[in-house]
Design a protein around this ligand. Structure first.
Ligand code: SF4
Ligand code: SF4
Length: 212
């Protein structure tokens, strides 16, 4: 028998499954939690009191609330019929391409690929565990260079997979974009990296690159 209060259903087919899911923080009853086993946000419906906040907080609108069994069935049918794929929605949601693994470096390759590189290297310290945007190439890298004609290579380092190494080189928070040239740090941009910040970050990067 379904309770008369809301039952929350997450469409995992298109949920970004980020550890930083804002619904976890927004739920006033701690019904949302991070499911370690399945590595995704989840809801304990027995704690839900039908406030509806999470359905509004999720920017991707993948959460539905049902008030009765018929509603639950209807939502489950809709989820089953949904043939969209999360990866394909990244571009639509964030105007970025899905992550390209070839640019990911770690503690063992950092020296060769970043510090010893003859090119200017911009390293995006991130982790795919936190949020959908982190799973992407975030802002379009090529667009970051709009105000300079310098040749630049982009790399990414997952801070959770390289915790000790990142601590050693002074990276303790993300997001952080660090510009390296011949083993030296030219600029360290520790800021939110979203489309709203794009112009500001482009200016900063152009200034740093043009100083080389
Ligand atoms: S905010 Fe993101 S992680 Fe949370 S339910 Fe919505 S799509 Fe999933
Ligand atoms: S409807 Fe309200 S109480 Fe229920 S899971 Fe969402 S935020 Fe929490």
């Amino acid at each position: 028998m379904i309770r008369s209060i809301m039952v929350i259903i997450i469409n995992y087919k298109v949920c970004d499954q980020g550890r930083g899911c804002p619904c976890i923080a927004a739920c006033p009853n701690d019904a949302w939690y991070w499911d370690e086993k399945n590595q995704r946000p989840a809801v304990n419906n027995s704690k839900c009191n039908d406030c509806g906040i999470c359905t509004k907080v999720c920017p991707a609108r993948v959460i539905s609330g049902a008030l009765d069994e018929e509603g639950v069935r209807k939502i489950k049918d809709e989820v089953d019929a949904d043939d969209r794929k999360r990866e394909l929605l990244f571009k639509e949601r964030f105007n970025v391409e899905p992550e390209d693994q070839s640019i990911v470096v770690d503690a063992s390759t950092f020296e060769d690929e970043v510090l010893k590189s003859k090119d200017i290297v911009i390293v995006d310290f991130w982790t795919p565990k936190f949020s959908a945007r982190c799973k992407n190439n975030t802002m379009m890298y090529s667009s970051l260079l709009a105000k300079t004609n310098k040749k630049v290579v982009f790399k990414k380092v997952d801070i959770l997979m390289n915790k000790d190494f990142c601590k050693k080189i002074g990276i303790t928070t993300i997001p952080a974009l660090v510009i390296y040239h011949k083993g030296k740090i030219i600029d360290y941009i520790a800021t939110k990296i979203g489309l709203a910040e794009e112009d500001q970050i482009k200016e900063r990067i152009a200034k740093a690159l043009n100083s080389i």
